[in-house]
Design a protein. Sequence first.
Length: 338
Amino acid sequence: MTLATEPVACGLCGSLDREPYVILVDRMLPGDGRTYRLVRCRHCGLLTLDPRPTADDLAHAYPDDYTPFARRGFSARVKSRLIQRTVAELWPLLRPPARVLDLGCATGELLDAIRARGNPSVVGVEPSPAAARVAHDERGLDVHQGTLESAALPADSVDVALLSHVLEHLPSPNDTLRELARVLRPNGTLVLWLPNADSLAARVLRERWMGYDAPRHLHTFSVSTLSASLERAGFGVLDVRHEWIGLEWSWGLRYWVRDRWASERADRWLARLHPLMTAALTPVAAGAAAVRHGGRIQVIARAPAEAPDQAAAGSSSSLATTAAAASASRASLRSPNR
């Protein structure tokens, strides 16, 4: 199905002054052979899909069997273990009496793990009706189907907000970050996982880097553009961690084979070898992470000490008391939902 598209301005600074960056195709749901153009803002450096699918048509890029909604077998077992590890390492932030929000919670695996460990005060927001139904009906979680804005959570009602590979999917990330600043209590904690546009994998793999994931990823952030977005919403960055799993490198190899030979037989063999390829290429990812160019990053940020409108009028001094929250998650974490 061909998606309707619309031109857009830069999602960070609003500029229309951009330059072509790379041409992409939908590698997760190949079909009509459509290409997508990723552009780089000449003012702030943010990478944006332009033109991008309209809001009405973008839902077609997220079918009910979209991978984060329908993991099975080995992939599901690995993801479950990573979620358990993530919850354990973030527990100083997630433990009671903290109220935890997972924005883009998919089927609720992360929230379920937090609840099972001992904190029932969890809430989720998920735009997919099918995924939200699993989280609510099967897992019994408090999940709003829709957007953060439509959920209309009370101000200062959340202690910790989690966004696992979500921000890059949002049409207006600045607006969502401002809404998160509103619903988080003063000095609350925001934890994000997302692809890193300034990674070695992005540079080497180019259009075969899974972090671009057109047309679902409307923006691709680097550490600098993400930091600028957070600061505009009043957040202070506490900690940035570079992940080192070799997943993006093994997928890049598979995409290269598909592009070169278009062989279903070869792809089936590579699918069987995928876990081994990922393990074999993890040292490459670890080397990139060691020099601060990992393909995925985990970022912890502090919410404004005042309401966003008051904070904008005053000086930004929210980085003064950062040590406790930063030290709570010193281990390198894996992204729990996506």
